[in-house]
Design a protein around this ligand. Structure first.
Ligand SMILES: [Fe+2]
Length: 292
């Protein structure tokens, strides 16, 4: 992944924003395509059009890299998107979204065990061979940590990178949320991560839920062994990037050879598109400052 091209600062392509993104093409270095929005063959014309205006990177949610076996039909559709987009790499989440016969409809953490690591290594090899390009895996936001882990998440990422040559998509908002919700120091997490393999960063804004919803609070309380729950922050891609996330971004950029920063926004689109462009510009300046 060290030979991947430098791409700059951009945002996720969303059909609701497409006209504004196109009009602001000179202020967006790269667009991230959500593979799951382009699984049908009929969407290839749209993808081709977007690829003629912007350098693209790919991001998926439905591969379920932690599952055995991988869904062959899904992987074939990803390959079509990958070929048409001419994206230099394909990112997914280090997560499970599917078990045989059931689509969970949600990013669920993998169990950090040696056996899971072996499965994910096999899957990453298979996907990289199928697509002919590197896989880049993202740290997800989680409301619970599966007990009985044999490895910490950074160690899991490190061994995965060493075994497959894959890259890391470091979502600094997810790291910030996990650190808040699970009470750990994000610096300690970064110190153990294979930062030299970070290819891309995600930024986003979240929503704070004082006390959390009853269901989440009780799930979290049991996952933390009954500790008091004092509110939760949920990863909803719904707001401007908050200051602690910008600070975390700068700390990562000091140490990682980042090629692209992508702003994620999925709901509550602002009336003024300039608000999103301002976050893209700030990320570009952070990137330029560290590259300088
Ligand atoms: Fe993300």
């Amino acid at each position: 992944v060290s030979s991947l091209p430098f791409l700059g600062s951009g945002m996720g392509y969303r059909r609701e924003l497409a006209a504004q993104q196109l009009a602001a093409a000179d202020r967006i270095d790269v667009l991230e395509i959500l593979v799951d929005h382009f699984l049908s063959e009929s969407s290839m014309d749209e993808l081709e059009r977007v690829s003629q205006r912007f350098p693209l990177v790919l991001h998926g949610v439905g591969l379920s890299i932690g599952s055995v076996p991988l869904d062959r039909g899904y992987l074939r559709a990803v390959r079509r998107v990958s070929d048409v987009s001419r994206a230099p790499y394909y990112s997914e989440h280090l997560a499970v979204t599917r078990v045989p016969g059931i689509d969970l409809g949600h990013l669920t953490p993998v169990w950090f065990t040696r056996e899971t690591l072996r499965r994910v290594i096999d899957n990453v090899h298979r996907v990289q061979e199928t697509l002919g390009k590197p896989v880049v895996l993202e740290n997800i936001a989680t409301l619970l940590e599966i007990p009985g882990a044999q490895l910490g998440q950074p160690e899991f990422f490190r061994e995965l990178v060493e075994a497959t040559g894959c890259g890391v998509l470091l979502d600094v908002e997810n790291l910030h949320l996990n650190a808040e919700n699970h009470h750990f120091d994000p610096e300690a997490f970064l110190a153990e991560m294979p930062l030299e393999s970070v290819v891309q960063i995600h930024t986003a804004g979240h929503v704070a839920v004082p006390g959390g919803t009853a269901e989440i609070a009780s799930a979290k309380s049991s996952a933390t062994g009954g500790q008091a729950v004092d509110g939760l922050s949920l990863d909803r891609h719904c707001a401007p990037v908050p200051e602690p996330v910008w600070a975390l971004l700068d700390r990562v950029l000091e140490r990682a050879p980042v090629k692209a920063i992508v702003l994620e926004r999925d709901v509550d689109f602002p009336e003024d598109f300039e608000e999103l462009l301002a976050d893209v510009e700030r990320a570009r300046q952070s990137l330029a400052a560290t590259h300088a």
